[in-house]
Design a binder for this molecule. Structure first.
Ligand code: ADP
Length: 242
């Protein structure tokens, strides 16, 4: 039961061995992710950077169990997921993983707070607790006064912050984020950075694909990708400036 409670069973939050994703065949073959080995300990903030087309998004989709690898082995919170059934994988995602992806749209007919609490409700959190946490998260991303607004009444940057709050509502051990500050202004970016700091203090593991040097600056580790592989891997022992 302990393994379920802490979610990691004393293991790495993420472990990949020879993780590979290829698209196409023969002349059109693309090695989007090429035999990657990765260990992310619980609580680490890892930033992945690199030029467009180097495989960052594909890697993040593999790590979140949204796409299947061509080959290789992958563990999330100590559980092997590359051989897991879709049903078990969906359950693991619901309980353990928060996804901040641009392509995951908010539900138009739900207010901001309803969008945020939905993930927690689906994971079985009591409604009152889910609402309390959703309001706290909206406050954290600077949207306390927009809780009752529909997505259509929010700006693009505000919607993006609601999506980030939603990804955190089920208190996932692992958060995967693809360009979370992509179209945010400076004030909103600072809100997101503060939220990431809170996650880090809560011991959550964060893997974030970003071009934003401000996010890289708060990471424990920055990996540069080139052509589907890791080109450079920097660990910062105590990089976080308080
Ligand atoms: P990044 O996120 O770093 O921009 P991607 O992971 O989106 O990179 O893409 C990595 C490589 O895989 C690119 O060459 C891209 O063209 C290719 N790719 C991505 N998705 C597909 C797909 N569905 N079919 C074929 N090729 C793809």
């Amino acid at each position: 039961m302990r393994a379920h409670v802490d979610g990691t069973d004393g293991m790495t939050a993420l472990r990949a061995r020879g993780l590979t994703k290829r698209y196409g065949w023969n002349d059109s073959l693309v090695r989007a992710v090429d035999a990657i080995d990765l260990d992310v300990p619980p609580g680490q903030t890892l930033a992945i950077m690199g030029p467009s087309g180097c495989g960052k998004s594909t890697l993040l989709h593999l790590l979140g169990g949204l796409q299947r690898a061509t080959s290789g082995e992958l563990w999330v919170a100590g559980q092997r997921i590359d051989t897991m059934s879709e049903r078990r994988l969906a359950k693991l995602r619901r309980h353990q993983i928060g996804l901040v992806f641009q392509s995951f749209h908010l539900m138009d007919e739900l207010t901001a707070v309803e969008n945020v609490e939905m993930a927690a409700l689906l994971a079985g959190t009591a409604p009152r607790q889910a609402r309390r946490r959703a309001l706290h998260l909206l406050d954290q991303v600077g949207l306390a006064d927009r809780a009752a607004h529909l997505p259509s009444e929010l700006s693009g940057g505000q919607r993006q912050r609601v999506a980030i709050a939603r990804a955190l509502s089920n208190e996932p051990h692992l958060v995967l984020a693809d360009e979370p500050t992509g179209n945010l202004d400076t004030a909103a970016t600072l809100d997101v950075l503060r939220l990431f700091e809170e996650m880090r203090l809560a011991g959550q593991t964060l893997v974030v694909v970003t071009h934003d040097a401000r996010i890289a600056a708060i990471a424990d580790r920055v990996i540069s990708m080139r052509d589907g592989a890791f080109a450079d891997d920097s660990m910062f022992a105590d990089s976080y400036a308080h």
